[in-house]
Design a protein around this ligand. Structure first.
Ligand SMILES: NC(=O)c1ccc[n+]([C@@H]2O[C@H](COP(=O)([O-])OP(=O)(O)OC[C@H]3O[C@@H](n4cnc5c(N)ncnc54)[C@H](O)[C@@H]3O)[C@@H](O)[C@H]2O)c1
Length: 279
C-alpha cells in the first residue's frame, strides 16, 4: 500500500533530534525522502538545554535509511540564509523535487521577565525562532514553485504562539510571530496550491522540555526533582491527564497537514496540546 506522502521530498530543520527527528522518521515511514538540517552545536549562551551534535544528525540519517528512504543532511544555522539555500538547493538536486517544508528548529533561553530579558537573549530568540522560520521558507519556496505541483509548509509554533506564559516573553513573541508568518505565507502562496499551516504543541518530551532546568522550574520546592515530580504539576496545564505529549504526537499532525488528506486546509494553527488552550 502506498504511504500517505509516497514519493514526496520533505525539507526539515532542527532534524538532529527531538521533534525534527521524529518528523523525519514519520514522513519517511509514509514514503517521503528527507532533506534534514540542524546547527548541531550551541547557538545561545543562556540555555539550560544541552545542544545537539553532528552524531545526533548522523543518527537521524541512519534511522531514515533504515526505513529504506533517502536522506541528505547538512549542518546549517537557520539564521544563515545562504547556507540554508545551498542546503535545500543541493538536497533538491540530489533527491529530484521538493513537496513538504517543516520549519521546526527552535531554541529556549533566558528565563526572565521581559523587562529583565538580556538583549542578546532577545536577539538569539528572534533570530532563530522567528527569522529562521522565515528564512527556511524563503529558501524553499522557489523549489515548490518550480515543481508546479503545489506543496505543504508546516511552521512549528507552540501553545505559546497563541497565549502567554510569564518569564519567556521573547519566546512567546517569536511564536506569535510564527503564526503571523504562517498566515501571510498562506495568503501569498495559496494561488500556487501551496498550503501553509502551523503546529502548536504543548510540552513535548524532548531535551527542550525534559531537562533539569524545567524540572526545577516546575518543582522549586524539591532539591532534585525528576520527571514524575514534574508530571504532577505539568498536568495542571492540561484538560487531559498528561503533563506532556510525545514527539510522534506532533509528527502525526505534521504528517496529516503534509498529506493529501489536508488538501484544502491552509492558514490553520493546529494545537496538539492536551487541552491546554481550554485553560
Ligand atoms: N519541547 C517542547 O515542549 C516544545 C513545545 C512547543 C513548541 N516546541 C517547539 O518545537 C520545536 C522543536 O523543538 P524540540 O522540542 O524538538 O527541541 P530540541 O531542543 O530537542 O530540538 C531542537 C533542534 O533544533 C536545532 N536548532 C536550534 N537552533 C537551531 C538553528 N539556529 N539552526 C538549526 N537548527 C537549530 C537544535 O540543534 C535541535 O536539534 C522548536 O521550534 C520548539 O520551540 C517545543
Amino acid at each position: 500500500m502506498a504511504g500517505r506522502v509516497e514519493g514526496k521530498v520533505a525539507f526539515i530543520t532542527g532534524a538532529a533530534r527531538g521533534q525534527g527527528r521524529s518528523h523525519a522518521l514519520r514522513l519517511a515511514q509514509e514514503g517521503a525522502d528527507i532533506i534534514a538540517v540542524d546547527v548541531c552545536r550551541p547557538v545561545t549562551d543562556t540555555s539550560a538545554i544541552p545542544a545537539s551534535t553532528p552524531d545526533d544528525l548522523a543518527e537521524t540519517a541512519d534511522l531514515v535509511k533504515g526505513l529504506n528512504r533517502r536522506i541528505v543532511t547538512a549542518e546549517v544555522d537557520v539564521r544563515d540564509f545562504d547556507a540554508l539555500k545551498s542546503a535545500v538547493d543541493s538536497g533538491v538536486e540530489q533527491l529530484g523535487r521538493l513537496d513538504i517544508v517543516v520549519a521546526n528548529a527552535g531554541i529556549g533561553n533566558g528565563g526572565d521577565t521581559l523587562d529583565k530579558t538580556k538583549e542578546s537573549d532577545w536577539d538569539d530568540m528572534i533570530g532563530v525562532n522567528l527569522s529562521g522560520v522565515w528564512k527556511t521558507v524563503k529558501a524553499a519556496v522557489p523549489h515548490l514553485l518550480s515543481g508546479g505541483r503545489g506543496g505543504s509548509i508546516v511552521l512549528t509554533s507552540s501553545v505559546g504562539g497563541l497565549k502567554a506564559y510569564p518569564n519567556t516573553g521573547h519566546y512567546i513573541a517569536a511564536k506569535h510571530g510564527v503564526i503571523g508568518l504562517m498566515r501571510s505565507f498562506a495568503v501569498e502562496l495559496g494561488q500556487h496550491s501551496i498550503r501553509v499551516n502551523s503546529v502548536c504543541p504543548t510540552n513535548v518530551n524532548t531535551p527542550m522540555f525534559m531537562n533539569e532546568g524545567t524540572m526545577k522550574l516546575f518543582r522549586p520546592d524539591l532539591e532534585n526533582p525528576g520527571p514524575d515530580d514534574m508530571a504532577v504539576v505539568a498536568q495542571l496545564m492540561h484538560v487531559l491527564p498528561v503533563g506532556w505529549v510525545e514527539p510522534v504526537d506532533i509528527s502525526n499532525a505534521v504528517l496529516f497537514l503534509a498529506s493529501e488528506e489536508a488538501r484544502y486546509i491552509t492558514g490553520l494553527p493546529v494545537t496538539v496540546d492536551a487541552g491546554s488552550m481550554l485553560k
